[in-house]
Write a protein that binds this ligand. Structure first.
Ligand code: GDP
Ligand code: IMO
Ligand code: MG
Length: 405
C-alpha cells in the first residue's frame, strides 16, 4: 500500500507550497502537478540559493525524484523549455526524469494575448499567462494538446480552426491585432522532438507506479479560494485547485490520496483583485508585506496582506479533507506586539480575537519545545478552532527551517 501525500494551499496561493513540497519530497518516487500552469510561482531555498519553479514539480532539486505533469495542467511550451534550460544550467538533470501528459492543453501566444487584453476590461488581475483562455478551449473541446505535436496533419487542422476563432475574437471583440496561423503552426512544429522526448500517457505511468507500490506526492498550485468552483468567483483562476483536481488532473482515484497536508500562512495574502475580508490597510499590513517580502513570485506584483481568517480556513479544511496543517511564515509575525485572527464575520467585517505577540526571533528554532509559549498558544487556538492538528511549522524560507511536530 502506498502512502501518497497531497500538499495544497488553503488560502489564495503563495502559502509556501513549493518550500514544503521540496522539504517533504526527498524520499518519494515522484512529485506530480495536477492543475494550473505557469501562473504558479513556487519558491525553494537551499544552501542560500533560491529557485523559483512555475511548471516543474518542486521535487526536482532532489536528483532521484521523478517529476510528472498531469493532464490537468495547461502547458506553455516556451515556459517549460525556459524552465528546463534554467535548471540544466544550474546542474539539475531533467531528461528521463520529467514526464508530461500528452493530454495537456497547450497555451498558445493567442491565449496570452486574449488573457491580457481581456483583463483590461474584466479586472480580475490575472497573471497574464493565458491560463483562463487555454482552459476555455479545453472545455470547448478544441484545445491543441501536447500529444498533437506528434501528428502534423492533425495539428495543421486544429491550429487553423483554433487560430481562426482566436483572431475573430481579437479583431472584432477586443480590437486587437490577429495572429498568423503559419507562424503559430511553425512554432509548434519546432517542438516536435520535445514532445517525442517528454509526452506520455501519465495515467498509465501512475497506474504502473501504483502497482509497484511507489510513493508519490501531489503538488497543488494556487490555493483553495482561487478554485474555479469553490473560490471567490469570478476572482479565481480557471482550474480545480482543491482536492478533486488531483483525481481529474492526473487520472488517479481518491483512494490513492492517503495524506492531505494543507499549507496556510500564519497570516493571509492575496494577489490580484477580489474579496479579502481580513485585508489590512495600516502599518500592520505594511509590516507583514515588508517582513514577509510579499511580492508575487511570478509577476512581481505586491501581494495584499491581512490577518489569518479561521472561518475561511475551516471551510478550506473541509473542502480538501485536510489531515494536518502546515503553518508557514510564522517568523514573519516575530516582531508584532499584537496578532489578530478572524473568528467570525459581522456582515462584511471580520470579528477578531487578539493575541499577544511572542516578539522573539523564531527563525533559528528547530524543535517545537524551543518555540515561545505565546506562539504555541496561537497555534493551539488555531488547531482547536478549525479542529485540525498542525504537523509542520515553517519559520523561514530555507529547506531546513521547518519544525515537524
Ligand atoms: P507557493 O506559491 O505556495 O510555493 O509560495 P511562493 O513561493 O509564491 O511564496 C512563498 C514565499 O515565502 C517565498 O518567497 C518563500 O521563499 C517564502 N517562504 C516560505 N516559507 C517561509 C517561511 O516559513 N518564512 C519566511 N520568512 N518565508 C517563507
Ligand atoms: P501559486 O501556485 C497567487 C491569481 C492571480 C489572479 C487569479 C487569476 O504560486 O500559489 P490566472 O492568471 O490564474 O488566470 O489569474 O489567480 N493567481 C495566483 N495568486 N499564487 C498563484 O499561484 C496564483 N496563480 C494565479 O493573481 O488573481
Ligand atoms: Mg507562488
Amino acid at each position: 500500500m502506498s502512502n501518497n501525500t497531497l500538499i495544497l494551499g488553503l488560502q489564495w496561493g503563495d502559502e509556501g507550497k513549493g518550500k514544503i513540497v521540496d522539504a517533504l519530497s526527498e524520499n518519494v518516487f515522484a512529485v506530480c502537478r495536477f492543475q494550473g500552469g505557469h501562473n504558479a510561482g513556487h519558491t525553494i531555498k537551499v544552501d542560500g540559493v533560491q529557485t523559483v519553479l512555475h511548471l516543474i514539480p518542486s521535487g526536482v532539486l532532489h536528483r532521484s525524484v521523478k517529476c510528472l505533469i498531469g493532464n490537468g495542467v495547461v502547458l506553455s511550451l516556451e515556459a517549460i523549455k525556459k524552465e528546463i534550460k534554467g535548471l540544466e544550467e544550474f546542474g539539475v538533470e531533467i531528461k528521463n526524469r520529467l514526464h508530461i501528459s500528452e493530454n495537456c492543453p497547450l497555451i498558445l501566444p493567442s491565449h496570452i494575448k486574449i488573457d491580457q487584453v481581456r483583463d483590461k476590461d474584466e479586472f480580475i488581475g490575472t497573471t497574464g499567462r493565458g491560463i483562463g483562455p487555454a482552459y476555455e478551449d479545453k472545455v470547448g473541446r478544441r484545445a491543441i494538446r501536447f500529444g498533437d505535436l506528434k501528428d502534423e496533419t492533425l495539428l495543421r487542422k486544429k491550429v487553423s480552426r483554433l487560430i481562426k476563432i482566436h483572431n475573430k475574437l481579437l479583431k472584432h471583440f477586443y480590437d486587437s491585432e490577429p495572429f498568423s496561423e503559419d507562424e503559430i503552426l511553425n512554432n509548434l512544429l519546432s517542438y516536435k522532438d520535445f514532445a517525442e522526448s517528454f509526452s506520455i500517457n501519465t495515467t498509465d505511468l501512475l497506474m504502473a507506479w501504483a502497482e509497484e507500490g511507489k510513493e508519490v506526492l501531489f503538488e497543488g498550485a494556487q490555493g483553495t479560494f482561487l478554485d474555479i468552483d469553490h473560490g471567490t468567483y469570478p476572482y479565481v483562476t480557471s482550474s480545480s485547485t482543491t482536492i478533486g483536481g488531483v483525481s481529474s488532473g492526473l487520472g488517479i482515484g481518491p483512494k490513492h490520496i492517503n495524506n492531505v497536508i494543507g499549507v496556510v500562512k500564519a497570516y493571509a495574502t492575496r494577489v490580484g483583485e477580489g474579496p479579502f475580508t481580513t485585508e489590512l490597510f495600516d502599518k500592520d499590513g505594511d509590516e507583514i508585506a515588508k517582513r514577509g517580502n510579499e511580492f508575487g513570485a511570478t509577476t512581481g506584483r505586491p501581494r495584499r496582506c491581512g490577518w489569518l481568517d479561521l472561518v475561511a480556513l475551516k471551510k478550506a479544511i473541509f473542502i480538501n479533507s485536510v489531515d494536518s496543517l502546515c503553518i508557514t511564515k510564522a517568523d514573519v509575525l516575530d516582531t508584532f506586539e499584537n496578532i489578530n485572527v478572524c473568528i467570525d464575520y459581522d456582515g462584511e467585517n471580520p470579528v477578531y480575537k487578539s493575541f499577544e505577540g511572542w516578539q522573539e526571533d523564531t527563525s533559528l528554532f528547530s524543535s517545537y519545545d524551543e518555540l515561545p509559549q505565546k506562539l504555541k498558544d496561537y497555534i493551539k487556538f488555531i488547531e482547536e478552532f478549525v479542529n485540525c492538528k498542525v504537523s509542520i511549522i515553517s519559520v523561514g524560507p530555507s529547506r531546513e527551517q521547518s519544525i515537524h511536530l
